[in-house]
Design a binder for this molecule. Structure first.
Ligand code: SIN
Ligand code: MN
Length: 200
């Protein structure tokens, strides 16, 4: 495991070995069955290319009324619980007592991307955000705490974990592209990113 500090982001390369990555994919399967992935629409009416769902007391949704956390999937059911295997990653890398109440599950298929944004819909920015990469490689771009300016990019591979906290908690970031089929972890290819946050 190597650790990279980039603009305050703590990037733990290879934090999860293959067995732990496979275990996470296994615990995600029933979650994706009971809370299926959906394609959010932004407040301007554009469909995002990434498909999403959540686990936890709160899930992140976006539609014509804007971005928000809510207790139900767009189809009306409660979100499944966050599995212990995922909470363990949070505990390992943050060392804080508090547990996340939202695990956003992003699925990146071929040709998908995530524009530069801040994670700023949470109530308290003193808690870190933890992001777990599973499956195909992704080009992660890190900017600044205000929009624009120079950026730096790093490839995230399956098993990498990123902690965004402290002064970097509100740093802009995004995914430019994925290398489709670069990993064999997910049977149909693509990438899953789990984002753990204390939302409320
Ligand atoms: C995000 O910031 O919403 C996702 C980051 C990632 O996919 O690695
Ligand atoms: Mn984000």
């Amino acid at each position: 495991m190597t650790r990279l500090l980039l603009r305050g982001f703590d990037i733990r390369k290879g934090h999860l070995n293959l067995a732990r990555q496979t275990a996470l994919v296994d615990v995600l399967r029933p979650i994706l069955k009971s809370a299926p992935l959906f394609r959010p629409t932004t407040s301007t009416g554009k469909q995002m290319s990434v498909r999403m769902t959540s686990a936890g007391a709160l899930g992140w949704v976006s539609d014509k009324s804007g971005y928000r956390y809510q207790a139900q999937h767009p189809k009306g059911m409660e979100w499944p619980d966050i599995p212990q295997d995922i909470l363990t990653v949070w505990q390992d890398v943050t060392g804080v007592e508090k547990l996340p109440d939202c695990c956003l599950i992003n699925y990146y298929g071929e040709g998908t991307r995530m524009g530069m944004h801040q994670d700023k819909d949470e109530a308290d920015f003193s808690w870190p955000v933890v992001s777990i990469s599973l499956g195909d490689d992704a080009l992660f771009r890190i900017g600044n705490t205000t929009r624009g300016g120079k950026t730096e990019s790093v490839w995230l591979n399956s098993g990498d974990v990123v902690v965004m906290g402290g002064p970097a908690r509100l740093t802009y970031h995004g995914i430019d592209r994925i290398r489709f089929n670069s990993s064999r972890l997910l049977p149909k290819g693509g990438r899953i990113n789990l984002t753990l946050r204390v939302a409320s």
